[in-house]
Design a protein around this ligand. Structure first.
Ligand SMILES: Nc1ncnc2c1ncn2[C@@H]1O[C@H](COP(=O)(O)OP(=O)(O)OP(=O)(O)O)[C@@H](O)[C@H]1O
Length: 616
């Protein structure tokens, strides 16, 4: 083997120039790239050795070793993986073997900030060594080869190759660090970076410890554990290990409620490890809060908080995904546009929902705890995740007229199970508080018929219900919106007939304040109520909009009268001011029950006092 000088492919020269300037603020990544290459070299050897175990040459204990030499100012990253032959080293470390490389370089703008982003996405690989080194020397001996090969470059257009005296299998990458980057000779710095990037990669990473006796381990001590926990099969991992891994992953001191560990094979290949925490983090409702899964690609850590794998309404989930299909240099931007990520997100969402279903079924008490902490977040689900609406609905919990207290919650399945014959809808009411919902006049007839009504009073509820149309084939029906579709009895019809003329007079009296006046059968004890149109804006939605400072159109109510109520019946005989006052009072009490407040409370009080005086 002779010593030779080679020119880098034009694109490599461009990459080197751009990268050194634009990636300096992320200089740590060189270590990730080189460790990841070393781990890949181990993986490749393992794969080849499946067919030819001789390639191990008696050394199957694959690892990565990192040694800093302060006297020489060098940092060496060594592996005993597959190694490279002379022709391989010239090809791999002299060119960029990626399709679209030319077009990529043409797309660069010359603006360092923009380009650094693009270069980061492109992937810098081995060449990132030049971010911190002014000279890089590689010594490699390929598995099965007799001779070693040397590669050396200053990263300026050319590189040299020649014989190397390396006899052991694998590759040593020797970085002659620039003066400004000598901090990478310090073990604390190395340990920190190695921990961040390779804590759970499948190959042990060892660091040379100064002053440690050079025994059998040659002075090296492990920095990472060398086994990616999620790569083990479920049966190999104990509950304690899952819990401690959760704590490591989430920085949560507590224990998770449950977890799910899955290897997916087939069209896409990935492993996911997903945890449901027991406690909500303090910033769960802060919009700018980071959330997402840790992303690994082939066991190499890529990024924290990869939010693309989790919908917002499942943002409390902690965990990781390890993909075999994504490229190592994948960026957030690429993930965002990738079909693969979208399909993984879909599958992961389903997985989490079924994990919650299982928890609800097997450990209802734990599920109740989960609901208390995260229920309000899950309620965002029907609006965000159309495809999984039914599954999400099945996980929702409600107060209902069945228990008539705030303590007991019911699921939709329980509701359906109890549904009496003749009932074909799931009735609910949304009000400002539990009691306002519970005592809402709109429920009177439903209660009388023995129909259960879900009582909702959280801010998000009205918005959530507007995204739920049915569950297991049964439509949802708001007790306060639209018609109730409950057939009137003969007596009710007669009562209506008797005071038919009243409707038009009441409408005249109220004018624009209401959109319509009609008789209703939803009331038994109350004389009147207001309802909103099936498609119109509800009181709660209007309040929600107002609370976030948005202009809400005025809610136009339909005023409904109970034809069997004596006060309503009495309208027929009233005239003039007496009639006007009675109508106004009926309307105002209906508004009070619906909204809890009036626009003109003093007018209401005056009318009420007048009525009391008459009664004295
Ligand atoms: N430690 C090593 N042992 C054996 N081969 C190596 C080693 N480091 C690099 N190589 C070879 O050099 C090639 C180029 O490495 P480089 O890091 O530039 O790109 P890559 O690993 O293919 O892609 P990327 O890093 O963008 O995922 C590798 O594909 C591999 O064949």
């Amino acid at each position: 083997m002779t010593t030779q000088t080679h020119g880098f492919q034009t694109e490599v020269q461009q990459l080197l120039q751009l990268m050194i300037h634009s990636l300096y603020s992320n200089r740590d990544i060189f270590l990730r790239e080189l460790i990841s290459n070393a781990a890949d070299a181990a993986d490749k050897l393992r794969f080849k050795a499946l067919e030819n175990a001789d390639l191990y040459e008696g050394d199957g204990d694959l690892k990565v070793r990192i040694k800093a030499d302060k006297d020489k100012g060098t940092l060496t990253i060594s592996d005993n993986g597959i190694g490279m032959t002379e022709s391989e080293i010239v090809e791999h470390l002299g060119t960029i073997a990626k399709s679209g490389t030319k077009a990529f370089f043409q797309s660069l703008s010359g603006d360092a900030a923009k380009d650094s982003q693009l270069i980061g996405q492109f992937g810098v690989g081995f060449y990132s060594a030049f971010i911190v080194a002014d000279t890089v020397e590689v010594h490699s001996r390929a598995a099965g080869a007799k001779e070693g090969v040397m590669w050396r470059s200053k990263g300026e257009g050319t590189f040299e190759t020649g014989p190397s005296d390396k006899t052991s299998r694998g590759t040593d990458i020797v970085l002659f660090l620039k003066d400004d980057d000598k901090d990478f000779l310090e073990s604390y710095k190395l340990e920190q970076v190695i921990h961040t990037y390779s804590d759970h990669i499948g190959v042990p990473v060892e660091l040379y410890k100064e002053g440690k006796e050079e025994g059998e381990d040659g002075g090296f001590a492990p920095v990472n554990q060398g086994t990616a926990l999620w790569t083990k099969s479920k049966s190999e991992v104990s509950d304690e290990e899952y819990v401690s891994f959760y704590q490591h992953l989430s920085h949560d001191f507590g224990e998770p409620l449950t977890w799910s560990h899955n290897k997916v094979e087939g069209k896409h290949e990935y492993t996911s490890l997903l945890y449901i925490p027991k406690n909500a983090p303090w910033d769960l409702y802060q919009r700018e809060r980071q959330h997402g899964l840790k992303l690994y690609v082939k066991r190499v850590f890529i990024m924290d908080d990869a939010e693309v794998f989790l919908p917002q309404y499942l943002r409390f989930v902690k965990g990781l995904v390890d993909s075999a299909d994504l490229p190592l240099n994948v960026s957030r931007e690429i993930l965002q546009d990738s079909k693969l990520t979208q399909s993984m997100k879909g599958a992961i969402s389903k997985r989490i929902l079924s994990m919650l279903e299982k928890l609800a079924k097997d450990k209802p008490e734990d599920y109740a705890g989960f609901w208390k902490n995260f229920g309000a977040v899950l309620k965002e689900g029907p609006a965000e995740d159309f495809a999984n609406r039914e599954a999400i609905a099945g996980l929702l919990r409600f107060n209902s007229t069945h228990h008539d207290d705030t303590e007991h919650l019911v699921s939709l399945d329980e509701y359906l199970e109890r549904m009496p014959e003749g009932q074909d809808k799931i009735y609910y009411v949304v009000a400002d508080s539990f009691n306002a919902a519970r005592f809402s006049p709109h429920l009177e007839v439903l209660r009388k018929k023995g129909f259960e009504v879900l009582l909702l009073s959280e801010r998000i509820d009205d918005w959530m219900m507007s995204h739920l149309t049915e569950y297991k084939g049964k439509p949802f029906a708001s007790a306060t919106r639209g018609e109730l579709d409950i057939e009137a009895t003969d007596e009710e019809k007669e009562a209506e007939k008797a005071i038919e003329g009243v409707l038009a007079k009441v409408k005249d009296s109220l004018g624009d304040k209401v959109s319509e006046v009609r008789f209703t059968h939803r009331l038994t004890d109350s004389p009147a109520c207001v309802v909103t149109d099936e498609h119109g804006m509800s009181s709660q939605m209007a309040k929600l909009l107002a609370s976030v400072g948005q202009a809400a159109p005025e809610v136009k109510y339909i005023f409904e009268l109970n034809p069997e109520h004596p006060v309503v019946k009495s309208l027929d005989g009233r005239e003039g001011e007496n009639f006007e006052d009675a109508v106004a009072l009926l309307f105002e009490q209906a508004l009070l029950a619906e909204r809890g407040s009036l626009e003109d409370p003093s007018g209401f009080v005056k009318r009420l006092n007048k009525l009391m005086l008459q009664g004295l």
